[in-house]
Design a protein around this ligand. Structure first.
Ligand code: GRG
Length: 325
């Protein structure tokens, strides 16, 4: 089957999508919409995020302003793009995924706001700008985070196209990733200074904090495109999630203070266990190389079975591996 090239810059109308959904992989017809490049997906996400509304009662306009400050202040948009790129591997137009993709970015933004608070990591800067609580105060920052979480759930339940059962599965996937068995649990271990026992335990901890939402992003893409999850996509996402965090550990040691919002090496100085503090820069870089390779191996499996383009997923893995911010 000939696959469409990625990045040709056009998005055809959604005509083919309903016939693709919920069919077994081997019965999906090669009547595929044109693929979008990563940059085009990012533009779609930015446009859609800018349109997200936070209707506020009279007098509470500053709450909506705060939520939008946090949401629209840059960011790589890795998670929504991942969801879109996963769907694109099945040949589904990426716009079909946009409401859920945006919801995931709202949840991610909430986690950054909470993580930055004085009671957590007390960051002064995020994405090169003052953190939300430094600008609006802790109270408004917490409320803006709550608003982002509520709007995320509303986006999936009210705006995501597809049957109610699909929307329920999507919501379940993101809520499982964020709850006590996911991000919140991981953050708890982090703030209570849990000391991991070896590499597997460190990866488990980091998977909870960072990996689960990346895995959920890919899962949402495959749920929307094929009405199911897929073990090869899950493996890809798990490797990518671990890779993301190992690179984060490396950047904490080697990154620029102006972007990190903290002095480089702050994890080490705070006595935090990371791939760098446990295995040194060289060990962390070797782990990153292995994880990048593993993610590409999963993609090769996916590529052999899906009708759409996996090129954007490959580019994401490369960007995560080589990122400097
Ligand atoms: C979501 C309900 C809920 C609770 C959040 C605070 C918390 C619980 C979890 C913290 C999770 C956290 C901050 C993990 C770090 C993840 C990480 C590596 C963030 C940086 O992500 P990038 O690089 O950031 O994608 P940009 O700015 O590009 O979006």
């Amino acid at each position: 089957m000939n696959k469409p090239p990625a990045g040709n810059g056009t998005l055809v109308s959604n005509g083919a999508a309903p016939s693709l959904r919920a069919q077994p992989l081997d019965r999906i017809e090669p009547r595929l919409p044109a693929a979008l490049s990563l940059e085009e997906m990012r533009e779609e996400v930015e446009r859609a995020l800018a349109e997200v509304e936070f209707p506020a009662p009279a007098g509470a306009e500053r709450l909506a302003e705060a939520a939008r400050y946090a949401l629209l202040g840059g960011g790589k948009r890795v998670r929504p793009i991942l969801a879109m790129a996963a769907a694109q591997a099945f040949g589904i137009p990426v716009r079909e995924v946009l409401p859920t993709a945006c919801a995931i970015e709202l949840i991610h933004t909430n986690s950054l706001i909470v993580d930055d608070l004085p009671a957590m990591d007390n960051h002064a800067k995020r994405r090169g700008r003052p953190t939300l609580h430094r600008l609006y105060g802790d109270d408004i920052a917490i409320l803006a985070g709550c608003a982002l979480l509520s709007e995320a759930q509303r986006l999936i339940l009210a705006d995501q196209p597809g049957p109610a059962e699909l929307r329920n599965r999507l919501l379940q996937a993101v809520l499982e990733a964020t709850g006590t068995a996911g991000m919140v649990g991981g953050q708890f271990l982090d703030v209570t200074k849990y000391r991991p026992h070896g590499r597997d335990d460190l990866e488990r901890l980091q998977m909870l904090k960072t990996g689960t939402l990346l895995v959920a992003s890919v899962r949402c893409g495959t749920l929307i495109a094929a009405n199911r999850t897929d073990p090869d996509f899950d493996s890809f996402a798990a490797s990518l999630g671990s890779l993301f965090q190992v690179v984060d550990d490396i950047l904490d040691e080697t990154g620029k203070a102006s972007w990190l919002g903290k002095i480089p090496g702050s994890d080490r100085l705070a006595g935090r266990m990371t791939h760098v503090t446990m295995f040194g820069l060289r060990g962390a870089r070797e782990t990153a190389r292995e994880l990048h390779e593993r993610s590409l191996e999963s993609l090769a499996e996916i590529d052999a079975r899906t009708p759409g383009s996996t090129q954007p997923l490959r580019e994401i893995a490369d960007l995560v591996y080589r990122r400097k911010q």
